[in-house]
Write a protein that binds this ligand. Structure first.
Ligand code: CDP
Length: 252
């Protein structure tokens, strides 16, 4: 343990190169995705990723609220990311703060670029992301959950979007930061990928990296996204396999 002022800083990498939870630099936290968990939403998904628990619910294409946001040539994509008061160590003040607004905006833009919005003029595609338990990487967990929820709602899109945060901890590039790594590391780089085209539709960065480190981080993030993509597809396969539909094949 090092210390800055009165605060203890955890040792982020041990002498064997292992991280505080025993992971290697290129390891993801355990990830579980369940599709179709909410009865009233058109599509939904629950993502449990390390200590994150994030729910996504999707509605639409449907009437636009508020009406003045309606667009005559395409659907509007409205994402609302919300962090529950009980999701973090220190109670978060309920309601929309600047951070939630920023995250909602970047996620809306990411999905607008993969949904066939021109096919649904004058409508809204609404994505609700509720963070129930947070441990860094919640915007990425939100994108992962929302992708599966959109597919569960049957809304056509170019591809599912996997997402992950890469960062720099104790001088090394590491995949999928957890909270201590996010807080005490040198950089945090959340990203979201469209696997089909290789295009990044969300890329943010906090902290500092050299050009070489950035290239390494992007490469590691893309590889991480491709692993997450498999788990997303598996969640949809599980939801829509014939065995999971009790009445499948039964004639009236
Ligand atoms: O969650 P994400 O990494 O996408 O966003 P962040 O702004 O980098 O936040 C990192 C982490 O800090 C969150 O996942 C929470 O665990 C924590 N946090 C918190 O404890 N209280 C807040 N008001 C906001 C974030």
């Amino acid at each position: 343990m090092g210390s800055v002022g009165a605060k203890e800083i955890p040792q982020l990498l041990d002498s064997n190169g292992k991280r505080i939870d025993g992971r290697g630099l290129e390891d993801l936290r355990p990830l579980k995705i369940e599709a179709g968990v909410l009865r009233r939403a058109d599509g939904s998904a629950l993502v449990e990723w390390g200590e994150n628990k994030v729910m996504a619910a999707v509605y639409g294409p449907r009437e636009v609220h508020p009406r003045h946001l309606q667009q005559t040539t395409k659907a509007v994509v409205q994402c609302r990311y919300n962090m529950a008061s009980f999701s973090v160590d220190e109670r978060k003040r309920p309601g929309l703060d600047r951070r939630s607004q920023e995250i909602s905006k970047v996620i809306s833009e990411a999905f607008e670029s993969v949904l066939f919005v021109e096919e649904y003029p004058r409508t809204s595609i609404d994505i609700y992301i509720e963070v129930l338990q947070a441990n860094a990487g919640t915007r990425c967990a939100g994108v992962v959950a929302a992708s599966v929820a959109l597919a569960d709602a049957g809304i056509p899109m170019v591809d599912l979007i996997p997402a992950v945060a890469v960062g720099k901890v104790a001088g090394k590039i590491a995949l999928d930061l957890k909270k201590e790594e996010d807080n005490y590391g040198e950089a945090d780089l959340p990203m979201a990928l469209v696997p089909r085209s290789g295009r990044l539709v969300l890329l943010q960065m906090e902290g500092h990296m050299t050009r070489e480190e950035l290239a390494q981080a992007l490469d590691l993030g893309v590889r991480g996204c491709l692993q997450i993509y498999q788990v997303q597809k598996e969640a949809l396969r599980t939801r829509y396999s014939l065995e999971s539909v009790p009445s499948a094949g039964v004639e009236a």
